[in-house]
Every structure is written in C-alpha cells, then in structure tokens.
Design a binder for this molecule. Structure first.
Ligand SMILES: [Mg+2]
Length: 265
C-alpha cells in the first residue's frame, strides 16, 4: 500500500467484538448435554437461578429451552428487514416465560438473574490486547477522532467491558445496537455514528471484522472500510473488496496515513 503524506480521514469508527476485544465462545464453560460436550453459558444461568432458589426443570431440559429460545428470538431478529435489535432483557424475559415451574410473578426477576449470569460468563470469554490502548492513543494523538459502533444486545455489558479494559475514555461516541435500537448494517445506525463523531461519512474510516455488518454497512453509509481479516478469508462472492484489508488491527494506522510504531529491538 503506498504511503500517504497526510491522512485523508478525520475520524475512525471501530467495531468491538473481534476487532478491539477478542471474543471466543470456545472459552464458554463446557457442559455435557445428553452425553455430548457443549460450550454454553446456560449452565451458569441455571446455577445462578438454582442458587437464588427458583423452581427449575432439570438442567438438560433447561438447556433445550435455552437453545429453543435463542434460536427463536435471534431468528426473528435476523429476519427483520428493518434490522431492529432485540435486547437481552427481552430475550431473557422470553426465556423466563418458558420456565413453567417458576410462578409468573417471579419470572421478571428470574430473567434478570439468568441474564446477569450469562453476561458474566460471556465477559469471562473475552480477551483484551493492551496494545490496543496504545493504538487508540496514537490515533487520537494524531488529532483523529475515534468512536465505537457495536452490535450487541446489552449496552450495560459493553460499557462495563470498555471500562474494565480502559477503552471507554478513548472512544466517543460509544454506540451500541441495543441502545440505538438497530443493528449494523442499518444505515440509520451508521448515520447516528457519523453524527456522533462529528464528521462527514466520506471522512470516516470504519474498522471491523464482519464483512456484512461492518464493510457493507460502512459502504452503504458512504464511509471507507477497513476489513480486519486475520485469517485471510476471501471477499464474499459478488461483493467489491473493502478499501483496506488488515491482517492485524495495528495496520489500520497505515490506512489512516499514520506510521506504525517500530518495536524496540
Ligand atoms: Mg465484530
């Protein structure tokens, strides 16, 4: 990629999961379901409900209800042409409605207990590269603005994760699909992000790992895109390539017209 003398971008927007923070569902606790090992947070939710004294079906039955509920809720969400987000509160409310042994009036607090345990297990399955703090510092030090646009169904969990990693004060705006009501690649959401960061779409570079949500979403909104593609996956058939393709997140500096810092030998 030829070096540019001056950055053409005034702002950069980042995706969160598998871009600024790594998320690995293979780190979910392993449980045995009908003799087969599975990775799931459902056991953590079950144990929390049990400890709180709720009447429950047996665990394998609970896990089946859990999976049915997730498939149903996310299926509806993914078929919605308006790209509306379904909050985790709603997903767990619907899970609790399936837990027949719990009296109806106790289902709302039970949903909260299950949701909290699930989110805790999910956070425990993330990994953060401290070098990303330096990367953001470098970007902001060069006078560029940096913000976040994340598809996630629980805004509080994202904000807690950003606070814990030290990312929170480095990102403005922080836009989360659960709070905004829409999911990437919704043009409405990208429009809100451009407004929030105070730059025209053409002046914004979007950096993310998901081709459909991040690259196509950014393109649809008139932003440039940098696809974080560490494994070198092919560009989906029928799609034009992104403006930049990155193997490592640090390479976004090149796309922004900034030099990568040399490591001391
Ligand atoms: Mg992602």
């Amino acid at each position: 990629m030829p070096k540019k003398s001056a950055p053409r971008f005034r702002a950069v927007l980042f995706d969160l999961f598998d871009t600024l923070v790594d998320f690995d569902p293979n780190r979910f606790p392993e449980v045995e379901i009908n003799g087969r090992p599975e990775r799931t947070t459902s056991r953590a939710a079950y144990d929390a409900l049990f400890a709180a004294g709720y009447s429950l079906p047996g665990y394998p039955a609970f896990h089946v209800l859990w999976m049915e509920n997730t498939r149903e809720v996310w299926g509806e969400r993914d078929r919605d042409p308006a790209l509306r987000e379904v909050s985790s509160r709603e997903r767990f409310r619907r899970l609790a409605a399936r837990l027949v042994p719990i009296p109806p009036r106790e289902r709302e607090p039970a949903a909260g207990v299950a949701r909290e345990a699930h989110m805790k297990a999910l956070i425990a399955s993330t990994d953060f590269n401290q070098a990303n703090l330096g990367l953001l510092g470098r970007i902001r030090g060069a006078g560029l603005r940096a913000g976040l646009l994340s598809n996630f169904d629980d805004g509080d969990t994202v904000r807690a994760l950003l606070a814990r990693t030290g990312l929170l004060p480095l990102l403005d705006p922080v836009l989360i699909s659960e709070e905004a009501g829409y999911r990437k690649p919704s043009p409405r959401l990208f429009g809100l992000a451009a407004e929030g960061i105070g730059a025209a779409p053409a002046e914004i570079l979007f950096v993310g790992d998901n081709f459909a949500a991040d690259v196509l979403g950014a393109r649809g909104a008139g932003m440039s895109s940098a696809w974080l593609n560490p494994k070198g996956a092919p560009v989906p058939e029928g799609s034009a390539p992104p403006d930049f393709e990155l193997r490592r997140l640090e390479e976004c500096l090149g796309a922004l017209g900034l030099e990568e810092q040399r490591k001391a030998p």
